[in-house]
Design a protein. Structure first.
Length: 167
């Protein structure tokens, strides 16, 4: 008997990725329905591939973050719009307003440090490795270091979906 698993004719990894990205859409959709007000201490770190199809961000942000970018939805965001394919949000970067359109397929991580919840996704572009980049630095007053450090804990509530490739 072989230790090697047979190739699946059903794309389970794609189905699971799509379902978990739908969680992000549902959460953002509920925030939109509540007047774009985050309940309690909830806030979100959303990481996405800036070069993914459908991503629309200002050119100066694309130049600064050529591969991947993390935004924070906490205090200063506006015009949150959510549909089946992705979301649109207004944010301020160094006091300059910007509109971002982000398809759910471009998202690589979603974290809510207030409740120690996180999801990580496989990159949608095969063999795309992240490049070094600066922090997003979008204006988020009142952000404390404990919220930023939440992602470095043991990760017991982080769901990582990684169906490794055959070698």
């Amino acid at each position: 008997m072989s230790d090697e698993a047979p190739d699946s004719l059903i794309p389970y990894d794609e189905i699971v990725q799509e379902a978990l990205r739908a969680v992000v859409g549902r959460v953002l959709g509920e925030i939109q329905q509540n007047g774009s007000t985050l309940p309690g201490n909830h806030h979100f770190y959303i990481t996405f591939k800036t070069g993914a199809p459908g991503v629309s961000i200002p050119q100066h942000l694309r130049e600064r973050f050529p591969d991947e970018m993390t935004i924070v939805l906490q205090n200063k965001f506006w015009d949150l719009g959510v549909d089946d394919a992705g979301f649109t949000v207004g944010l301020s970067f160094n006091q300059m307003p910007a509109k971002l359109d982000i398809p759910f397929s471009a998202i690589t991580a979603f974290v809510d440090p207030a409740v120690d919840f996180g999801l990580q996704f496989q990159a949608t572009v095969a063999d795309m490795s992240p490049e070094a980049h600066d922090d997003a630095e979008n204006d988020a007053p009142g952000e404390d270091s404990s919220a930023a450090a939440a992602g470095s804990e043991d990760g017991s509530n982080v769901v990582t979906v990684d169906f490794g490739r055959k070698k």
